[in-house]
Design a binder for this molecule. Structure first.
Ligand SMILES: [Zn+2]
Length: 434
C-alpha cells in the first residue's frame, strides 16, 4: 500500500469509525449501582434493567415491564432477520420517571444538555428515559417505543431519517396483551387493545379534514417533527404500509437489512423491486380506508388498468375484501347503469348468521352506510383534496356518472375489522347507459 493509499485508508477508517463508536452501548452495571445507591426501585430481566422512583402500587404492572421487553426483543430481531441468540447479552437501561429531580440527583439524568427536556421519552444508545403515563397500555407502548430506539441505535447502528426512526419504533412497539403475554399488533385490530395510542384516530381526523399527508411528505419529515402526534402517526403508517403490503414488503425488508443511515431514503428508492410511484398510491389508498383491523392481505388494491366497457359486463364482488377492481374502465362524464344480485354473509351475532343483499342491512352502519351495501367507487386524484376513493353509487341498482377516466372499484360495505368472517358476495352487471 502506498503512503497516499494508506493515508486515504486511515481517513476513511476514522470517518466510518466515528458513528460506530457513538453507537457502542453504555455499560448497565455502573448505572444500576447509581440507582441502588439513590434508593430507586430496580426491576430487571434479561434485556432490560428498569429503574423508577414510583412507589409500588398493587397492579401497576411495572414489575412485569422487563419481562414484556424480553418478550418483544425476539420480534425486533426477527424483523431485521437477526438471530436473537446472537444478541443474548444485549441490555438496555431504562428510567421510568416520576420526579425528574430524583434522577438528576442520582446522576441518572444528565444536566449537561445531552438529554433534552423530553415530553414522553428520549433514547441515547441503549439508555432511555420515559415520563410515567397514567394509562398502563400507553406506558407499555412508550417503553417499547424507546426500547426499539435503543435496539436500532446500538444493534443496527441506525442514523436514519426521522420517518423511519419513529415509524419503526411505533410499528414494532404496537402490541396487545393476550392472557398477559406480549403479542405484536403492528396494525391494531381493536382500539381497546391499544388504549390512548390514537394513531389511527389522528390519521382519520387528518383525512376528514382533507389533510392526510402524501408518502413523499412523510419521507421528508424534518428531525424535530416527530414530537408532534400527526408526524408520529404518519411515520407509523408509512412503515406499516411498506412492511405489510404484499407488493412492497419484500423490497422494504431488503432495504431495512442494509445500512439504516442518513441515505436510507435513497437506498430504499434504489432497492430492486421498490416502485416509489406505486408505494405513493398505495399509501394514499391505505390512509383513505385506514381503520382498526386493516389487513393488507384483504385490502391491498389491484390497480390493473382493465378494458373499456363497450357493452354490459358481469363481475363478482366478494364480501371478505376491500375495494375490488372490476376490470372495467369508465369514461369521465359518461353515464352507466348497474344492477347487483346475490346474498353474502357478514359474520355471526351469537348463533345468528348475518346475511345481506346489495341494499345492505340496518343491523349496523359503517362510514354512514348500512353494512352489506354494495359500494361503487372510482379513484379520484383531482378536485383539490388528497387522492381517494369517491363513492359514485351504492345499493342494488341505479345509474351514475363516471368521475374519472379509469377503473371502477366495488366492495361490500363493512369495517376492515369485520371482513375476516365474511363469505360469498354479489354479482354486479355494469353497462353504459343507452
Ligand atoms: Zn421516538
Amino acid at each position: 500500500m502506498s503512503r497516499r493509499a494508506r493515508l486515504i485508508w486511515l481517513v476513511v477508517a476514522l470517518v466510518t469509525a466515528a458513528p460506530l463508536a457513538a453507537a457502542e452501548p453504555f455499560a448497565v452495571e455502573p448505572l444500576l449501582t447509581l440507582a441502588r445507591r439513590a434508593g430507586l426501585r430496580v426491576v430487571e430481566a434479561r434485556h432490560l434493567a428498569l429503574v423508577t422512583d414510583l412507589a409500588p402500587r398493587p397492579d401497576d404492572g411495572i414489575d412485569g415491564l422487563p419481562e414484556l421487553f424480553d418478550a418483544a426483543f425476539p420480534a425486533w430481531c426477527r424483523h431485521y432477520g437477526l438471530d436473537p441468540a446472537a444478541h443474548d447479552q444485549w441490555r438496555a437501561f431504562g428510567c421510568l420517571v416520576g420526579d425528574r429531580d430524583r434522577f438528576r440527583a442520582a446522576g441518572l439524568l444528565p444536566t449537561d444538555g445531552s438529554v433534552p427536556d423530553f415530553v414522553n421519552g428520549f433514547c441515547a444508545r441503549n439508555r432511555f428515559w420515559l415520563a410515567d403515563q397514567s394509562n398502563p397500555a400507553y406506558r407499555r407502548h412508550l417503553l417499547l417505543h424507546e426500547g426499539v430506539h435503543a435496539f436500532t441505535l446500538t444493534i443496527r447502528r441506525a442514523a436514519s431519517p426521522t420517518w423511519y426512526t419513529e415509524g419503526i419504533a411505533e410499528f414494532l412497539a404496537t402490541h396487545r396483551l393476550v392472557d398477559g403475554r406480549f403479542e405484536p399488533t403492528p396494525i391494531p385490530s381493536r382500539a381497546a387493545d391499544v388504549e390512548q395510542w390514537g394513531r389511527i384516530e389522528t390519521l382519520r381526523r387528518l383525512r376528514a379534514a382533507g389533510a392526510q399527508p402524501a408518502l413523499a411528505d412523510v419521507l421528508a419529515l424534518p428531525p424535530a417533527a416527530h414530537q408532534d402526534i400527526p408526524a408520529y402517526a404518519s411515520s407509523w403508517a408509512a412503515v406499516a404500509l411498506l412492511s405489510t403490503h404484499p407488493a412492497h414488503a419484500r423490497a422494504f425488508a431488503a432495504a431495512e437489512r442494509g445500512p439504516l443511515d442518513r441515505d436510507f431514503n435513497t437506498r430504499l428508492a434504489a432497492t430492486p423491486g421498490f416502485d416509489a410511484a406505486a408505494a405513493a398510491r398505495d399509501f394514499a389508498a391505505f390512509l383513505d380506508d385506514l381503520d382498526y383491523g386493516y389487513d393488507l392481505s384483504r385490502l391491498a388494491v389491484d390497480w390493473t388498468a382493465g378494458t373499456p366497457l363497450a357493452a354490459s359486463r358481469t363481475v363478482p364482488v366478494a364480501a371478505d375484501r376491500g375495494w375490488q377492481n372490476a376490470g372495467v374502465v369508465l369514461e369521465a362524464g359518461r353515464s352507466y347503469q348497474w344492477r347487483a344480485i346475490g346474498r353474502c354473509r357478514l359474520g355471526t351475532v351469537g348463533r345468528t348468521t348475518l346475511e345481506s343483499e346489495p341494499d345492505g342491512i340496518s343491523y349496523d352502519w359503517y362510514r354512514d352506510r348500512p353494512i352489506g351495501r354494495l359500494l361503487v367507487a372510482q379513484w379520484h386524484t383531482d378536485g383539490g383534496g388528497p387522492p381517494g376513493f369517491r363513492i359514485v353509487a351504492a345499493g342494488a341498482a341505479g345509474d351514475f356518472r363516471a368521475l374519472a377516466d379509469g377503473p371502477v372499484f366495488l366492495r361490500i360495505n363493512e369495517s376492515p375489522a369485520g371482513l375476516a368472517d365474511n363469505a360469498a358476495g354479489y354479482t354486479v352487471d355494469i353497462a353504459p347507459r343507452r
